[in-house]
Write a protein that binds this ligand. Structure first.
Ligand code: HDE
Length: 719
């Protein structure tokens, strides 16, 4: 095969010498490529700068002093000749690159993907070719709508973008924490984003869809309904980046070495368990700690509790693209797991924080077009457009074509090509013949393809026929069946949260037309939801519109009906009192005991010192997963004795009450059960409210409460 290729391609026909042919000795070629690729990964270490010693220098290396600018006379004007001043200020003036047009707010981390086996029966992708094979990864999580300084806990779809630095080049899964998307054709994306972003005149509201233009678009473009339901559920307000799944959203293709393909969907399944906030605590967090998710990820990794996900795929035969009653090319549809079970491929663990946010997290430039041998696109019109958009946006952000040379973007695999020059070119290419085909550089860099050099190849059996047409396939037309499937598959509390979220959002609408349109669309999904929203809007309940109503359910979509497999890294606030040494001792004992499970305790008191980590003036229930009162601190909760100039009146009680209202496990040790009475929290037989004097027994109960995470019986239902 190789010899045939060599004869065909290498110019024996053109009269060129066979010695110059890159295919003349493919085995040697492959060896050369492997030798390059197998070299120890350069990693990012070589780019790191340690300023721990040495003199301050200019950008070109000369030692300098930069505390004062150069002036003509001690009180005179600054001189243009002050290159030290100019260089410093100029660099500062150019410190920013344009923030991402969407997904501007995010946090990232490094880690490793380990393959569970040899999956060459499914794909030629080399990172999935052997059990225990390790591939470095960088993951960036994000929200979509907010600007770079917006709060982490804004209700939004969350980005989950993963770069695999494989030995055959970079592969990116630029996905979200929701398995479906709002629109079906990339050409609609600017419309979606313009409707969601702040108003062009006032630039209000930041990072929120609770405004007319967003719901105008949603109700005019019903393909948005499915993703909208997910965003209005707990998926829009995850507890942390670590407690959410990731999805590739589109259908992609796996391609085997010899060409056959399967349709696949990517899933990252969190091994921390799925968990979400409730809306009020998400809003409070936005003010109390706008960096809540960013800090959670950073701290978890720093404490050695880096998060893990299992990478899995749903695999479907090409012939079944339309077999399930919807089109697998339509990104607004999920494949119920009953129809295509998840096949686990490996585990990804994040264990290293970035050293420099800008250099790594801000400059990482993902692209759905970064694919490797063994993986191919489908004709999903959203995916097709994304393959263009991300390259384009990176050119804009970096200001030139060499962004792939930035340390965080550089593949670990060797790069040989004839791309040259451009702003910020870092390589010094020695080849004087940067074109192909050539003889003067012995035909190098040689061409690789399906049979030679393990080159990338487009799946050979991808069909494309038809007349040119500016339209969507009618197989994309049903926008209402799957949102209802999602709703049906949740618990009644989760359905209530969706209704509450839509009530919150639509209560911000000014336009009566938009309100009516929203109700009409909701009604096509569920008359029950439409009626419950209509009540809050003060509008008549719409009559049922049963065309798309059904009672089907699918597994795995609920967040609240399972317990967390791990409680390490969860946060417990222990409310103590500076004036009660026994409460301080007990808080310290709880801290030590819970640390054994990796649970982080923050001891709260009136003033700092004596083992108190945070004062009542700063503490808030929103940053804790559980609130516990230590015995001896109960006086702080008694309205008669609670006032103190050190913190707002009633603050300790408010922390306890909020913890309870937001569904968290709460508790009181020994005499502190009086604090439950003072604040009106039921102290006996109430799920998730723990009392007792024995610390060990209390901790066991509390741990069970933490893995339950939310006690949803505390939230009132409409019916
Ligand atoms: Fe993106 N998207 N997107 N998107 N997207 C960007 O690229 C775009 C879509 C997603 O952490 C931008 O580098 C278009 C779906 C993530 O750096 C931009 C369309 C999904 C991130 C862009 C979509 C995503 C982005 C902005 C419709 C889930 C952040 C900066 C065709 C599968 C990656 C950038 C990171 C970022 C365009 C739809 C996920 C403008 C045109 C569907 C996670 O290029």
């Amino acid at each position: 095969m190789h010899t045939v290729k060599a004869l065909l391609c290498c110019g024996s026909l053109l009269g060129l010498s066979l010695a110059a042919c890159p295919y003349a000795d493919p085995a040697a070629l492959l060896k050369e490529k492997r030798a390059d690729t197998d070299a120890p990964s350069p990693g990012l270490g070589q780019f790191k700068v340690d300023d721990g010693k040495g003199f301050l220098t200019s950008d070109v290396g000369g030692p300098i002093e930069d505390q004062n600018s150069l002036k003509a006379g001690i009180r005179g004007p600054t001189l243009l000749e002050d290159f030290i001043f100019r260089q410093k200020i100029q660099h500062f003036d150019h410190e920013r690159v344009p923030e991402r047009a969407v997904h501007a707010r995010g946090a990232g981390a490094h880690g490793t993907f380990t393959s569970y086996g040899d999956f060459s029966n499914l794909t030629a992708a080399s990172f999935l070719s052997a059990a225990s094979k390790k591939t470095p990864v960088f993951v960036r999580f994000s929200t979509v709508a907010g600007s770079r300084g917006s709060a982490d806990t804004a209700r939004d779809v969350h980005g989950f973008a993963t770069r695999f630095y494989t030995d055959e080049g970079n592969f990116d899964i630029v996905g979200n924490n929701i398995p479906v998307f709002f629109i079906q054709d990339a050409i609609r994306f600017p419309d979606l984003i313009h409707s969601v972003k702040p108003s062009p005149d006032s630039e209000i509201p930041q990072a929120a869809t609770a405004h007319d233009s967003a719901w105008d678009f949603f109700s005019q473009q019903p393909s948005t309904l499915h993703t909208l339901m997910w965003a209005m559920a707990g998926y829009g307000i995850p507890r942390s980046y670590r407690h959410m799944d990731g999805f590739g959203v589109h259908t992609f293709r796996f391609v085997k070495d010899d060409g056959p393909t399967k349709l696949i969907k990517w899933h990252f399944k969190t091994l921390q368990g799925k968990a979400s906030l409730v809306w009020e605590e998400a809003q409070v967090l936005a003010g109390k700690n706008a960096d809540f998710h960013r800090q959670d990820l950073f701290d978890a990794i720093a404490s050695g509790n880096g998060p893990s996900w299992e990478l899995a795929v749903q695999v479907v035969d090409e012939e079944k693209a339309l077999a399930f009653g919807f089109d697998l090319l339509d990104p607004t549809k999920l494949i119920p797991e009953e129809l295509a079970p998840l096949q686990k491929l490996g585990i990804m663990t994040l264990d290293t924080n970035p050293t420099n946010y800008f250099a790594e997290t801000e400059q990482v430039m993902f692209q759905p077009g970064h694919i490797v041998r063994g993986i191919d696109f489908t004709e999903d019109p959203l995916l097709q457009g994304r393959v263009f958009s991300y390259l384009d946006t990176q050119l804009n952000r970096h200001g030139g074509p060499n962004f792939e040379q930035l340390p965080i973007n550089m593949p670990k695999a060797a790069i040989h090509n004839n791309n040259r020059d451009g702003a910020g070119q870092n390589f010094i290419h020695t080849n004087k013949f940067p074109y192909s085909p050539n003889t003067l550089n012995n035909g190098f860099p040689a061409q690789a393809n399906q049979t030679t050099g393990r080159g990338f190849f487009t799946a050979p059996n991808r069909p494309a026929t038809g007349n040119l047409v500016r339209a969507l396939s009618p197989t994309f037309d049903d926008h209402w069946t799957q949102p209802r499937l999602f709703l049906n598959s949740l618990t009644s509390v989760e359905q209530q949260f969706i209704v509450n979220a839509i009530r919150f959002e639509t209560s911000h609408l000014q336009s009566e037309t938009v309100k009516q349109n929203v109700l009409a669309q909701l009604n096509r999904v569920s008359n029950d939801v439409a009626k419950r929203v209509a009540v809050a809007l003060g509008l008549p309940a719409p009559a049922p519109d049963p065309t798309f109503y059904h009672n089907n359910v699918t597994a795995g979509l609920s967040i609240f009906n399972s317990t967390l497999p791990k409680i390490a890294t969860l946060q417990v606030g222990v409310l103590a009192s500076t004036n009660s040494s026994s409460s301080l001792e007990q808080a310290a004992a709880l801290k030590e005991r819970l640390a054994k499970e990796g649970v982080v305790v923050t001891v709260v008191g009136e003033v700092q010192g004596n083992g108190i980590d945070q004062t009542y003036s700063a503490a808030d229930a929103s940053v804790f997963d559980s609130v516990v009162v230590a015995a001896g601190a109960e006086g702080l909760f008694d309205p008669k004795t609670a006032a103190s100039p050190l913190y707002p009146t009633g603050r300790p009680g408010q922390i306890l009450v909020d913890g309870f209202r937001w569904g968290k496990p709460v508790g009181a040790l020994g005499s502190a059960s009086a604090a439950l009475d003072s604040t009106g929290i039921p102290s006996s037989d109430a799920p998730g409210v723990f009392t007792g004097s024995d610390v060990e027994a209390f901790v066991t109960d509390l741990e069970g409460g933490l893995s339950q995470f939310k006690f949803t019986d505390r939230f009132p239902l409409d019916f």
